[in-house]
Design a protein around this ligand. Sequence first.
Ligand code: NDP
Length: 494
Amino acid sequence: MAQHMWINGEAVAAASGRTFDVLNPFTELVLDSVPAGESADVDRAVAAAEAAFAVWRWIPAVEHADFLHEVARRLRQQAEALARQLTLEGGKPLVENLDEVSWTAACFDYYAELGRHSRGRVIPSIESSQLNLVLKEPYGVVGCIVPWNYPLLLMAWKVAPALAAGNTIVFKPSSVTPLSALMLAGVFEHLPRGTVNIVTGSGKDAGDALVRHRGVPVIAFTGSAEVGQHIAQLAAPMMKKLHLELGGKDAFIVAEDADLDVAVPGVAWAALLNNGQVCTSTERIYVHEGLYAEFASLVAEYVEGLVQGDPLDPSTDLGPMAREAYRAKVERQVTDAVQRGARVLAGGRRPPHLPVGYFYEPTVLVEVDREMAVMHQETFGPVLPIARYKNFEQAIALANDSVYGLGANLYTHNARYVKQFYEGVRAGTLWVNDPLTDNDAGPFGGFGMSGIGRELGEEGLDEFRQTKHVHWDFSMERKLWWYPYQEYNRAREE
Ligand code: NDP
């Protein structure tokens, strides 16, 4: 039996009655089916969220905090079941999904508290009889559109701050991972009815309808740059507030003083976590020429020791990729690199012992150059292309050789390099000696084609609040600088 969407606190089918299937990428079999929502379903969800906004926005911040802490508690309570569902539909190893659920809960706890901290500020007024307030207000209904690689976490980075700011939500999950999203109905059901609504459906139908809807003033999107551009075009005529977290092509620099026993497993984890299907996956590795050959062969040896298999099996390091189309893109990029002169040190093929499931071996490429697709297009797969550099200035220039600017990594003990790195690299997050660690209080987002806006931190809350300036004069007096200007000019001359 098909699952239901969740609109206005009720489990409902799509208005059309249509459904679509959800696959397990490990077995390639259908797991379940979910409603194929379209504009009629989006209309219904937006109407529910608009009605809920009239209630939710006026609930005191301290009570919002209670509601959000309860979301976190329910997430933790269901962690095992949620993580298992994420594993079945997305293919990430179970342990990574347990982490995802715990980070998701932590994000709700963080914004529960931040949301009651401040509603704006008081600024110095022009005259002593006046009071000037900067007020932060919710927008209304926020449309959240999320990808499949971290379906709950990337939902939380939007939904938690948007709710804390007093907005209500229509959430469209990825069609790859809608089942875990629908399990969230139980996590949100204590909120006033219609505060959070979950509409499944394709990007083309449900996604577009949400972006086009006049009742949705904000679209918070994480996904590919192509779909981000499409959303920006759709939203432009309505001047919607857009929050776009897009792709990346993160660089990883290994300086000549790096400890290889740390940098080798570090780069492997940064590039291969979730099969490289992380927006901040390491996708370009630049190693000082003095270390290059040794580093590359150690990385190849290390990744060959990683275990691919059933993502529910605790001994598995790498599960299948999420879908066949994503694996095919990786295969095209590796073929292109090899045709242009790259050498495969490890992997470069589907694992022969795993004929079913969208597996691809962790792949190490050397002798790569910037003309190869694998060095400038987002790969989103388990590939480590390793290039060499001569001096640190060149390493910084190479790291900046991308239209993206989401994150970047450096391994060094050298403080001068660290300063050059964080001042010189155009990216939203700079990691030194510890790749990919996020912090709820640390803003996350990209430069250039990696998007617009920031999630997490105070910046992430402000994305969902619009600013009003209130200028209030307690004494109702005629002002000197009004008409007639003859009088004003005379007063100025005196
Ligand atoms: P997509 O851009 O294909 O899809 C993302 C979401 O957008 C999905 O829910 C999708 O729905 C929806 N969508 C697709 N087409 C439309 C449309 N026309 N209108 C509205 N919504 C639409 O990305 P993926 O799901 O493949 O995710 C991978 C991408 O996400 C990578 O590029 C990655 O870098 C990026 N990403 C960025 C992060 C960041 O923080 N910067 C973090 C994680 C991932 P449907 O599934 O139904 O097609």
